[in-house]
Write a protein that binds this ligand. Sequence first.
Ligand SMILES: *Cc1c(COP(=O)(O)O)cnc(C)c1O
Length: 422
Amino acid sequence: MQQPWDSLGQQHLWLPYTQMHTAPLPLNAASTQGCTITLADGTTLIDGIASWWSACHGYNHPHIIQAMQAQLHTMPHIMLGGLIHEQASRLAARLCAITPGKMQRVFFSDSGSIAVEVALKMALQYWRNAGQPRKDRFIGFSNGYHGDTLGTMAIGEPGEMHKAFRNAVIPQYIVDIPADEYAFTELDNLLGEIAPQIAGMVIEPLVQGAGGMKFHTADVLAELHRLAQKHQILFIADEVATGFGRTGSYFACQEAGIAPDILCLGKALTAGMVPMAATLTNQSIFEGFLSEDKDKAFMHGPTFMGNPLAASAANASLDLFEQSDYQGRIEKLEQDLLEQLAPCANLPNVRDVRVKGAIGVVQLAEKPANTDRLRAEFIKQGCWIRPLGDVVYLTPAFTISQAELATLTGAIYAVLKQQAAL
Ligand SMILES: *Cc1c(COP(=O)(O)O)cnc(C)c1O
């Protein structure tokens, strides 16, 4: 149904990763509740991806809304330069207590891309402060995705997403995640050669997200961490997507028992309520910036860093994790996803079905000829599912009901089966 503001949006909004000339008209969202999106025409859709992995407790959770309302009336925003406040202080301490490694300091920002940019700049300046300015390159992995800024695009290789900018980014080392002992030996040898130039190794632990939803094991992750340590390369874990329970453990690094030097958080940090991201580090990296020399201070500062409203949402989200058996719930979700997506593996147009924590992935045999049509089929089934390249994935809220999950997985099977018959 046409809304009074609809044509304004169509004339003036520019949507992400969207060919605006040919894309179907976007839907008009009017409200959200739990795992449901209600459109302006009254249609409801079950959200299979929790607004890009972020709305982990479902939409409009009353505990988070209450906390934000209280904060809205006392102090919605204050700069963090020279001033601190209760919400950011409490949040920083709580994040240090629950994250892997001995995290001691939190640098706040507004988006996952910037959290990773901050991690890169931190690593560069850490080595410069330590008298090793030649360590100014990074090692990243194929299929990795760390954001859309010039710095973060350079350390990932998410298929074709960033090919338009290939010549503008500073070249970094991108390697395949080793799959066997031979590949690990090769990587070890490469690092032996290039370590004097390498500031950090950047990885999405256990699950690579936007670059293709690829998984690796905790053993592989632990071995990569060991190699980084062996060659004096800072280990930077980008848990923007995997953080806060998504892969089954509170943070993915915990499953491998490793302590990153720098850790990036975003997406579910405020449970999808408002933008916020964070870059955490341990005492030893932080001490690399302490000096009588002012130039050794970390040189970065987002205007809205540590925003009190966002921090109040994040604190309230942590309350919910503390109060609930989220781990039990995610284990159950993992079993349900495995069981319910398994039949897809028998379809001729499906190559692989894989599940990790609250992430379900159906890998298609080939990239669908018309992704827009596939999306439209899911909408017809009452589901908000957005295929990504050659994968159809679910990253629902942890609070999703049995019936809602069954509708999502049923829709995936039905739509893919129908496509296979075409
Ligand atoms: C989404 C994502 C980012 C970028 O976060 P934005 O908030 O979109 O800037 C970075 N790293 C990973 C692993 C992500 O999934």
